[in-house]
Write a protein that binds this ligand. Structure first.
Ligand SMILES: NC(=O)c1ccc[n+]([C@@H]2O[C@H](COP(=O)([O-])OP(=O)(O)OC[C@H]3O[C@@H](n4cnc5c(N)ncnc54)[C@H](O)[C@@H]3O)[C@@H](O)[C@H]2O)c1
Length: 250
């Protein structure tokens, strides 16, 4: 098992792709801390893992609140004695044309997607520096690299996630902490389903996918496992795109 005895936090691990990361990392032997605002679903994922003889706990966390992010990471370190991997996956998506984006809507997405990634990374880095070892994996989006209509606010948060990834990678290199990003294409989850309610958006997003279909949440797991294991020890500040070929065709 590739993650035997590793202590891993997955933010937004209660559903969607984050749930697949939690289940998959646990199958590989990791103890998984599911940090999410959705307690009911998060407890269910933890139960699923524990019933399958894996190890998981749920910690209710709003990553947009700095105190929540730091408390969650500290509780993890106090309970398990260390932190090996942080997966910054929690995010929200709201769609508006650029000219109609409200300040509230912009701030809300920035708070969860960008500040959440920043706060959890700061808290994790404090623990990992003492260990002189660690991995931080940030989940971005293809929208950080190529525009799609109606998603400027969300994609701006995800572009900032890539900037945080590269900056943090350089700043943490002397503590043997690798920081990388996974860039999913449109993947079949509740988040995608909400965006797809707009028929024209659906056509613009699905039709250009060279593989002709949305990604499946489990198809993102391999990229996270690569960045979470020693296989990626000489890789930092990088992004791995998993998008069915969309960006290759641009
Ligand atoms: N689904 C896609 O098409 C797609 C494409 C590109 C990138 N992504 C990225 O992949 C990740 C997972 O996406 P998904 O489709 O599984 O999303 P999802 O909406 O299904 O799940 C998001 C999870 O984050 C949690 N969350 C929301 N706000 C939170 C907060 N303040 N604090 C803690 N947890 C919070 C939710 O409760 C939920 O469990 C996100 O970072 C998303 O931006 C998704």
């Amino acid at each position: 098992m590739r993650m035997q005895d590793k202590i891993v936090i997955v933010t937004g691990g209660s559903q969607g792709i984050g749930k697949e990361y939690s289940l998959g990392l646990a199958r590989e032997g990791a103890t998984v801390i599911i940090a999410d605002v959705d307690e009911k679903k998060g407890q269910e994922v933890a139960k699923l893992i524990n019933e399958a003889k894996g190890k998981a706990i749920f910690i209710k966390t709003d990553v947009s609140k700095k105190s929540d992010a730091f408390d969650m990471v500290q509780k993890t370190a106090n309970t398990f004695g260390r932190l090996d991997v942080l997966v910054n996956n929690a995010a929200i998506l709201e769609s508006e044309p650029v000219c109609e984006i409200s300040e509230t809507m912009w701030d809300k997405q920035m708070a969860v997607n960008t500040k959440g990634t920043l706060f959890c990374s700061q808290a994790a880095a404090a623990v990992m520096k003492k260990q002189n070892r660690g991995k931080i994996i940030n989940i971005s989006s293809i929208g950080a690299l190529a525009a799609q209509p109606g998603l400027c606010a969300y994609h701006s948060t995800k572009a900032a996630v890539l900037t945080i990834t590269r900056s943090l990678a350089l700043e943490l290199v002397k503590w043997n902490i690798q920081v990388n990003a996974v860039v999913p294409g449109t993947t079949d989850t509740g988040m995608a389903a909400r965006a797809m309610l707009d028929e024209s958006f659906k056509k613009q997003v699905v039709d250009p996918i060279p593989m002709g279909r949305l990604g499946k949440p489990e198809e993102l797991l391999g990229a996270v496992l690569y960045f979470a294991t020693d296989d990626s020890n000489y890789c930092t500040g990088q992004t791995l795109v998993v998008d069915g070929g969309v960006l290759a065709a641009c």
